[in-house]
Ligand binder design. Structure first.
Ligand SMILES: [Fe+2]
Ligand SMILES: [Fe+2]
Length: 452
């Protein structure tokens, strides 16, 4: 057993990393030294170093050693955190990329969007570190991996009706958050994709270069299939809420489904009337996109038909509301809108996207409400939520990279950094909000959501 950040620990980690073939492949393009820093190393830990310097080169770890003052200049990345953050990362309870995105591991030097490309390499580095039996400062026992909760307590399923909400004297709670969203949806969600004027868009389309057209077609193909999948896959969640007799939530979700259907219609109209592309455009769906939209999303949602437990609801809602809507769609809409706005083209598309974003903000608000309600009633479910977030966020980032990798140069001034920064911000805002629900009363959370 070695002390964390001691020289023997560093040597053992270096050896483990060089024996890790998955790391070697994941990091084959990585060429930059990294410094890892413990901010609050206890003064009595004289054998330990507060900074380790990792000389990493194309899948090889050339050395792990205490950092020297001059290393601060040569290291491309400096990652710093207190011990209570490093510990769950190093013992496998917290995903390193997730900790970076949430700002728990602080990126003192270097760019997040570049690191995001190497999430698998980061994970492998941590897995190799876990092979080293480690003693953390201030404790005497070896790191133990605890099984995480799976929270599979099934929700009550109603098979026989005892009463109706609306005739029981209870009535509809118009003040509940879902009902407030429902009323908002009736005011703001009424827009008709067929009424949007796309004449100027047709003219603008003709003036675009072949590469610009290709990138717009690519994005539209991703959105079109994405909207179709969320339209199809929301139904099991509606079923669960109906079975749990959550009438207000079910009433809100009727607008949700209708809006997703209009989003499908909107993109389809654009494809057939502006882009005039009616062939098979699924060639733009790369492996990560396919993993999310062809597999993980329908799997998580349809699992609810067999297993409506709170844990399964969390996995479904994280995948659907937090990742597909909250991270991928929102980031995509934002980038799409920005590039069209910046170049002052396609006013019809911009108008549609303004409506879409407004609809989506209600969908995501509902997702946050649902996840908060579940975590609030059983705080142990937070672990289920975090695990799912970690896994899905890695796919989401890989999916963003996949789009950029397809083009040596992106037109319209699109930047990977913008995409990743925007996605990270959105993601963090939501995680913070849901985490608060562990210890905050639900009515307070609902009020905060309302004012967002
Ligand atoms: Fe949508
Ligand atoms: Fe949506």
């Amino acid at each position: 057993m070695h002390d964390l950040f001691s020289t023997p620990w560093a040597n053992a980690w270096e050896k483990a990393l060089n024996n890790n073939n998955t790391y070697r492949n994941a990091a084959e393009k990585w060429e930059w030294p990294v410094i890892l820093e413990i901010e609050d190393l206890p003064a009595e830990s004289q054998e330990l170093h507060s900074q380790l310097y990792l000389d990493l080169w194309r899948g090889e770890c050339r050395s792990v050693r205490p950092a020297l003052p001059e290393d601060n200049d040569s290291a491309a990345y400096i990652i710093s955190a207190p011990l209570n953050v490093w510990r769950p990362v190093l013992d496998g309870h917290s995903d390193p990329m997730m900790a970076l995105m949430r700002g728990k591991l602080k990126l003192v030097k270097g760019k997040m969007f570049k690191l995001a490309r190497y999430s698998n390499a980061a994970k492998q580095m941590v897995l190799s570190a876990r092979e080293v039996p480690t003693r953390f400062p201030g404790d005497n026992q070896e790191t133990a991996v605890q099984a995480s909760t799976n929270g599979t307590q099934p929700a009550e399923i109603i098979t026989k009706r005892e009463s109706f909400v609306t005739t029981s004297g209870k009535g509809l709670n118009h003040n509940s958050f879902p009902m407030r969203l429902y009323h908002k949806a009736k005011r703001l969600g009424i827009w008709n994709p067929q009424d949007i004027n796309i004449d100027q868009d047709k003219k603008d389309w003709q003036k675009l270069t072949a590469l610009e057209k290709e990138v717009i077609l690519h994005l539209t193909s991703l959105f079109q299939a994405g909207e179709e999948s969320v339209t199809q896959d929301i139904l099991p969640l509606l079923m669960v809420l109906a079975r749990e007799a959550r009438l207000e939530e079910e009433i809100y979700l009727t607008t949700f489904l209708w809006e997703e259907a209009k989003h499908v219609e909107f993109f389809h109209r654009y494809l057939s009337e502006v882009i005039t592309e009616t062939g098979d455009i699924s060639r733009f769906h790369g492996p990560n996109y396919r993993r999310i939209f062809y597999e993980l999303l329908p799997e998580a949602m349809n699992a609810l038909l067999e297993d409506p437990s709170p844990a399964a609801q969390i996995r479904a809602s994280v995948t659907y509301n937090m990742i597909v809507e909250g991270t991928l769609a929102e980031t995509g809409y934002h980038a799409y809108y920005t590039m069209l706005e910046r170049n002052d083209i396609m006013p019809g598309m911009r108008e549609g996207i303004t409506y879409l974003k407004r609809d989506e903000s209600r969908h995501i608000a509902y997702g946050i409400y649902l996840l908060s309600r579940l975590v609030n009633s059983d705080p142990s479910l937070w672990q289920v939520l975090e695990n799912r977030m970690e896994m899905m966020m890695n796919y989401a980032l890989a999916n963003i990279n996949e789009l950029f990798d397809a083009y040596p140069e992106m037109p319209f001034g699109l930047s990977l950094e913008d995409f990743v920064d925007y996605a990270t911000n959105q993601f963090n805002k939501r995680m913070d909000r849901i985490e608060r629900a562990i210890s905050t009363p639900m009515d307070k959370i609902a009020n905060e959501l309302e004012s967002d």
